[in-house]
Design a protein. Sequence first.
Length: 198
Amino acid sequence: MQEGDRAPFIELMTMLTETYGRKPLTEAALAAYWMALSDISIETIRQRATSHLKTSEFFPKPSDLRNQTDISDIAVMAWDTTYKAIKKYGGYQSVRFSDPVIHSVIHVMGGWEEVCWSDEDYKWVEKRFLDLYRAMARKPAHEHPQLLVGRLERENHSNGFASGEFIGLFIPVCYHAPCDLLETIAPQKRLSEEGPTP
């Protein structure tokens, strides 16, 4: 950014604080954001702020606006994690990814069971996933389903053997730091059926 971008930058940061219900940033905080982001164009920061607004419920730190990965790269990483989960758990196990956009994509593709047991060549499944991910990523986080229901839970619910809540195995998706995606599975957590239907 150039010195002439300071006013629009402050205006952008003010919009973010108001949108996220935060107190106005102090001069020191604004100076810190400027210092961390000054080597990036104001247009790029505006684009990244817009993307952050669409996908996160939390006020962005400077690193969120610096390290934002291109949506196409994120889609590829999301597919990589999804494919590993398909191969490791299959359609019997309900799963809950830390990136809820994956849930919307799989839902549109027919559901977790359908995708896991698809007869279609996975290169075409991957292509459809990537295209849908780029489109679905524009939806606000709260509009995505909470989890993907597997056959065991679906049949248990249908036969009256469940409590009315779905349990999804939590699978972290790491976009900004390396991690072993399927070896650090968090404990299962009960989820109510409120919100979007999986």
